[in-house]
Design a protein around this ligand. Structure first.
Ligand code: ADP
Length: 549
């Protein structure tokens, strides 16, 4: 006999019948039998106690006169045990009412007496009361358990939402901190740019003009790099960066990185020692991203080392790995921060204003890019003031692999392109005008337009070689202008370049779908633009077909 735990079918109710005479037990059983009720038949007190240990009994019907242990003794034992103390007892007595016996019976805990021969109707109606009572108790107990479970679940939910609220609060605090840092970092380069403009206006000294221009150039590059890093870190986080993996030499990575960081290193009067083996070390990597990664470490070394410091950049092969290490003798890093500096927006001792112009995203980006390459980066420092070393380990490429390098790029065959007709479309008049000036200064003919419909008209009239098209335009946006132009065979070969502030992967995709050849983010980089013009001119001359966006 096992109890059912299925809440849909009610659990059985147990009655205990105790009588030394088998025929009495059988007749009781016949009288009481009903669905959902299990009758436990004991022929003696000890057998009854065994059943009581095993089952929760709703009612015990006890014969009084039994050998070994009579009904009263059994009842007293039941009263003495925690498990059976509250089991209702009905004594079955033979003969007429015996007051003395009856008194003992109540003392022993009886709830009632029935006289033999038993009146069936009476027995059934009393039994029904206890059957129903037990069922109600069962239902109550089930409800109590369900309530306890619910309140346990609620407590868990409450704890979870408390933790979620805590995490949100933390994220909100970091976001506020980040926005404050961002505003600070964007203002920093703007101040010298504005000062520079004033100096240019007020000073006639060509040497000062030259210096101010150099300074403004550096500050604008800094601004662009901040925004590029921001965009990159969000793209890497969302898995939206596609690496252009190719077989490259570590020497080419080092060269590109040093070129990119040289001005900052020189500006702080540091010495840079580069140590790279003479024989090429190969790896499969994205050259631009790897160079960006190493340049980031060099920039940090330059930023976090007092002027006149020493920076070393070493690359070597170590068993199956390529190792790149950047060491400086600068501020150093507290040991407890060595791992967390790779977390997004982490800056050591921001409160001490140790931050040297940055958003705390450089190392997060570096780590993500290295991981994307299947590598690992670690930081080491003997402590504050003891300098730092950042070490990147990457899987080495196959040295015996066929050289995939293609020799001088076809782009280089015709580097000095000029004389292209360029239609510049931008609703920001100053942006359009300055881009037009730049086009003229590098030998092209620039035409300006400031809205979509006008751009279409001018394009039809001028048949330009190149259209630099902003996306957010009044009237008709850049995508629509591009689609309309592409639908016209006259513009089949026109170089269409999207220039926009939106640099997400989805924006590039939209530009491609609209029919653009390329997608550039503002501010336009003159080198990128010149390269695209060169490719275009070469393709037109039949040297090389145009690459995709
Ligand atoms: P940022 O330089 O923009 O603050 P990073 O993610 O590049 O952000 O660096 C995070 C922090 O790690 C920096 O704020 C700085 O405290 C510390 N750090 C990075 N590189 C060095 C270094 N070479 N020497 C000392 N501290 C460094």
């Amino acid at each position: 006999m096992t109890e059912s735990a299925n809440p849909k079918s009610p659990r059985p109710v147990y009655f205990l019948l105790v009588d030394d005479l088998e025929e009495n037990l059988l007749s009781l059983e016949a009288l009481l039998r009903q669905p959902g009720l299990i009758l436990l038949k004991a022929r003696s007190g000890p057998e009854a106690l065994e059943y009581l240990l095993k089952y929760d009994v709703a009612l015990a019907l006890l014969d009084i006169q039994m050998p070994v242990m009579d009904g009263f003794e059994l009842a007293e034992l039941m009263r003495g045990s925690e498990k059976t103390r509250h089991v209702p007892i009905i004594f079955l007595t033979a003969g007429s009412a015996d007051w003395q016996r009856r008194f003992r019976g109540y003392e022993a805990g009886a709830v009632d007496f029935l006289h033999k021969p038993i009146e069936p109707h009476m027995l059934r109606s009393k039994a029904k009361v206890f059957f129903d009572l037990f069922r109600q108790q069962q239902t109550l107990a089930d409800q109590r358990d369900a309530l306890a479970l619910k309140s346990f679940e609620n407590a868990n939910l409450l704890e979870e939402s408390r933790q979620a609220a805590e995490a949100l609060k933390d994220a909100d605090r970091r976001k506020d901190e980040f926005l404050a840092t961002l505003a600070h970092e964007l203002r920093n380069p703007l101040a010298p740019i504005r000062n520079g403009l004033n100096v240019l206006r007020m000073s006639q000294n060509p040497a000062i003009h030259e210096e101010v221009r150099g300074m403004m150039d550096r500050q604008v590059n800094h601004l662009v790099r901040l925004i590029d890093d921001l965009m990159d870190v969000s793209r890497v986080s969302q898995g939206k960066i596609d690496l252009r993996m190719e077989r490259i030499s570590i020497q080419s990575v080092i060269q590109a990185a040093v070129e990119s960081s040289r001005s900052l290193i020189d500006a702080n009067s540091h010495t840079l020692e580069v140590s790279v083996p003479e024989d090429d070390i190969w790896l499969r990597a994205d050259l631009t991203r790897m160079a960006q990664t190493v340049a980031n470490l060099l920039n940090n070394a330059a930023k976090y080392t007092p002027n006149g410091g020493h920076i070393s950049l070493r690359a070597m092969q170590d068993s199956g790995e390529v190792v790149i290490a950047v060491t400086d003798n600068g501020l150093g890093i507290r040991r407890d921060m060595l791992n967390s500096i790779f977390d997004l927006f982490t800056q050591v001792d921001r409160s001490l204003d140790r931050s040297q112009g940055g958003l705390g995203i450089g190392l997060a980006l570096v780590q993500r890019l290295v991981t994307l390459h299947g590598g690992h980066i670690s930081a080491d420092s003997a402590g504050l003031g003891q300098g730092s070393t950042f070490t990147i380990r990457l899987p080495a490429g196959d040295i015996a692999a066929v050289d995939e390098d293609k020799g001088p790029a076809a782009d280089e065959e015709n580097e000095n392109t000029s004389g292209l007709n360029v239609l510049v479309v931008d609703d920001n008049l100053e942006s359009a005008k300055t881009t037009g000036w730049m086009m003229e200064l590098i030998g092209h003919n620039a035409f300006l337009s400031h809205d979509g419909l006008d751009a279409l008209e001018q394009a039809k009239k001028l048949k330009p070689d190149v259209i630099l098209l902003d996306i957010g335009l009044p009237g008709m946006n850049g995508y629509e202008v591009c689609q309309t132009l592409r639908a016209d065979p006259a513009f089949k070969d026109t170089l269409l370049i999207a220039q926009t502030g939106w640099g997400q992967e989805k924006d590039r995709q939209l530009a491609k779908e609209a029919g653009f050849d390329h997608h550039l983010t503002k501010p336009l980089n003159m080198e990128d633009l010149s390269r695209l013009f060169t490719q275009f001119t070469n393709a037109q001359a039949g040297v090389k077909s145009l690459p995709d966006v």
